[in-house]
Design a protein around this ligand. Structure first.
Ligand code: AMP
Length: 237
C-alpha cells in the first residue's frame, strides 16, 4: 500500500511479508494457500506445483524429479532451494509470498531464513488428525489447466469430474495413491519435528488446527496474515 506524501516519491508503508505454510500432505495446505493468495493479495508459491511442471519435461532432470515424486520421496534440497530463490526473485514477490511446501527439511529452513525479513515472516503450522488425512488425499482431484483443487468428498465441482473454470477433466495426482501417501506421511513426520522446533525457537510459529471446516480455516488464516501485513508497516519504521 502506498501513502500520500505531497506528490513526491510515494512512501512505502509495508515491508514484504512471507507466510510459510507447514502441514502434512492432504491437510488442505494447497487449497488454503490459493485462497489466502486471493484474499490477502500475496503470490502463492507451491514447490509441488513447480516440480510437477518440471517433471513433465522430457529431460534427465524431469525424469529424476518424476521418479522422486512418484516414490513419495523428497527432491534434493539443492534443487528445490535454487528453484525457490529464482521464483522469489521475480518482481511479483516484492510484497512477499505464501510459501506452500517449502521449507520441508531443516536444511531448507536454514538455507531460507537468512534470506527472509524474519520480523515479517509467519509460519502457520497446520495440524490435523491422521484419521482424516487419507480420506482427504485419496479424494483430491486437480485441474491440470489452472491447478484448482477439488475433493470428491467435500469440495465437488459443479459437473462431476470437470473443472468449474476450464471445463477440462480433473486429474488425480500420480502420488495420491495409498502406497505413496503412506510414504509421504512417513517422510513428513520425520522432517516436521526438527523443522517445527526450529521455527518455534525463532518465535515465528503458530499452530492451527486444520481439522475444521475449510471455510472457517480460511478466514482464520486470513485474519492472521492480515495482522502480519498490518504489522509489517510498523516494522519498517
Ligand atoms: P506437494 O504438492 O507439496 O504435496 O509436493 C509433492 C511432492 O513434490 C513431494 O512429495 C516431493 O516429492 C516434492 N516436493 C515438494 N516440495 C518439496 C520440497 N520443499 N523439498 C523436496 N521435495 C519437495
Amino acid at each position: 500500500m502506498l501513502a500520500e506524501n505531497d506528490g513526491r516519491k510515494p512512501l512505502k508503508t509495508r515491508g514484504p511479508v512471507f507466510v510459510i505454510l507447514l502441514g502434512p500432505p492432504g491437510c488442505g495446505k494447497g487449497t488454503q494457500a490459493r485462497e489466502l493468495s486471493k484474499t490477502v493479495g500475496l503470490v502463492h508459491i507451491s514447490t509441488g506445483d513447480i516440480l510437477r511442471k518440471a517433471a513433465r519435461e522430457d529431460t534427465e532432470l524431469g525424469r529424476m524429479i518424476q521418479s522422486k515424486m512418484t516414490a513419495g520421496e523428497l527432491v534434493p534440497d539443492s534443487l528445490v532451494c535454487q528453484t525457490v530463490v529464482t521464483r522469489t526473485s521475480e518482481p511479483d514477490c516484492e510484497s512477499g509470498a505464501i510459501l506452500d511446501g517449502f521449507p520441508r527439511t531443516l536444511d531448507q529452513a536454514i538455507f531460507l531464513c537468512p534470506k527472509l525479513p524474519l520480523r515479517q515472516t509467519i509460519v502457520l503450522n497446520l495440524q490435523i488428525s491422521r484419521a482424516v488425512l487419507m480420506q482427504r488425499v485419496l479424494g483430491r482431484r486437480t485441474c491440470p489447466a489452472c491447478g484448482e483443487i477439488y475433493n470428491i468428498h467435500f469440495r465437488q465441482p459443479r459437473m462431476t469430474g470437470f473443472c468449474d473454470r476450464d471445463s477440462v477433466p480433473l486429474e488425480r495426482r500420480t502420488d495420491d495413491n495409498e502406497v505413496t501417501v503412506r510414504q509421504r506421511l512417513l517422510e513428513y513426520e520425520e522432517q516436521i519435528q526438527p523443522l517445527a522446533s526450529f521455527f518455534k525457537d525463532m518465535n515465528i510459529r503458530q499452530d492451527i488446527s486444520a481439522d475444521v471446516d475449510p471455510a472457517a480455516l480460511a478466514s482464520q488464516l486470513s485474519v492472521l496474515v492480515r495482522a502480519a501485513i498490518d504489522a509489517s508497516g510498523k516494522n519498517l519504521g
